[in-house]
Design a protein around this ligand. Structure first.
Ligand SMILES: Cc1ncc(COP(=O)(O)O)c(C=O)c1O
Length: 375
């Protein structure tokens, strides 16, 4: 389906390099995971993020499922924000554990550390933090809390490839980090993801679960003569063709982040004059953000009307995250409206504006002028 918008919400930053890489990967093998492009992607990410172990996965969802399969079991509880994607709660539930939805901070839209602590029980095994839009959670507070209560941290950094918290890459601070290469993400291979950890035991376990519960990865490295089924696993490996595309994107990551930052800063400056009517995204001193999402809020106006207005000007603005606790599944888990007031306030007033590297100054000006007319 063609996008009917002049300014779409996302646009992958793909060029000749990605096309060439996909063709070379097709010509050099049969496209399965674990071949040379997967190895090159693993190496590139390990270097870039300064993280010891990297496993490319079929999606960001697959990385989350792998993380939860490694760390969780029935009887465990995991605290996570309700303001996130279904994949987070699915991954927890597929491992047998229970998701406990927590409210977010009104400024960052990330899990609120004070609220998180209130949900900790003797069953809590982990906290799943989501760095919304690429803006870091306060990882100092979260890691201190995890240490105090002996909990693990899974970082959902699907939005946050390239973002840093006090100089350290997001996704590498907790016990496991999960990234996405979905077509909408800053670095995109269509579908794809990556699981990272500095823990050797977790890595060894994840490598087996990712490969259908077999020791095939070790066989592929020539460490054993045969491979066999060693535990219950899943099929979560990223194809070598998509690894080749993701590799080119990782090589361009600095450029992608630079252009997104430039566009976001320009929008922030231009939208300042509308600040009596809209709430602009916050910049936090401890975070160097990759600007995956540019989200404004319009608490004094009808959000849906503003989105409709922008769309009528050819701008693909969108709402973001119907909270998980108020979803059909959230209700089945016993949650109800008004359980998490900040989440509901943010989710009903937020508008995502188009954000991608190729946006021209004239398009950004057009977005600002259209918004001004609508307001
Ligand atoms: C916070 C978050 N986590 C995980 C995912 C899932 O990533 P993927 O689409 O690569 O499975 C998404 C999807 O956009 C997301 O927004």
């Amino acid at each position: 389906m063609m996008n009917q918008f002049t300014i779409p919400l996302h646009k992958p930053f793909w060029g000749k390099e990605e096309e060439k890489a996909a063709i070379l990967a097709m010509r050099s093998g049969i496209g399965i995971g674990g071949l040379s492009y997967s190895d090159l992607l693993t190496e590139a990410l390990s270097d870039k993020l300064s993280v010891r172990y990297v496993l490319p996965t079929a999606s960001g969802t697959a990385a989350l499922e792998l993380a939860c399969a490694c760390l969780l079991r029935r009887g465990h509880e995991v605290i996570l924000p309700s303001f996130t994607f279904s994949s987070c709660a699915n991954a927890i539930m597929l491992s047998g554990a229970k998701p406990i939805f927590c409210d977010i901070d009104i400024n960052t839209y990330n899990i609120d550390p004070t609220e998180t602590e209130k949900h900790i029980t003797s069953k809590t095994r982990a906290i799943m933090v989501i760095h919304y839009a690429g803006l870091a959670c306060d990882m100092e507070k979260m890691t201190a809390m995890a240490k105090k209560h002996n909990l693990l941290i899974i970082e959902d950094a699907a939005h946050a490839l390239g973002s840093k918290f006090k100089g350290q890459f997001l996704g590498t601070i907790g016990d496991i980090g999960c990234f996405s290469f979905h077509g909408t993400k800053n670095a995109a291979s269509g579908e794809g993801g990556v699981f990272v950890t500095n823990n050797k035991e977790v890595y060894k376990l994840a490598e087996i679960i990712r490969e259908k519960g077999t020791d095939r990865s070790s066989f592929m490295r020539g460490e054993r003569k045969k491979y066999s089924w060693v535990k219950v696993g899943r099929s979560l490996v990223l194809s070598d063709i998509l690894s080749a595309i993701a590799l080119e994107q990782v090589k361009k990551l600095e450029k992608i982040t630079h252009l997104r930052k430039r566009n976001a800063k320009y929008l922030l400056k231009k939208l300042e004059r509308l600040s009596s009517k809209i709430i602009l995204p916050k910049e936090i001193e401890y975070c160097d953000t990759c600007w995956h999402i540019f989200a404004i809020r319009v608490p004094k106006l009808s959000r849906d009307k503003v989105i409709e207005g922008l769309r009528s000007y050819g701008i693909e603005a969108s709402f973001h995250y119907l909270p998980l606790h108020t979803s059909v599944m959230g209700k089945k888990l016993g949650y109800k409206a008004r359980d998490l007031p900040v989440t509901e306030e943010v989710a009903t007033t937020l508008i995502r504006l188009p954000m991608y590297p190729q946006l021209k100054k004239s398009e950004l000006d057009y977005m600002v002028a259209s918004l001004e007319k609508i307001l």
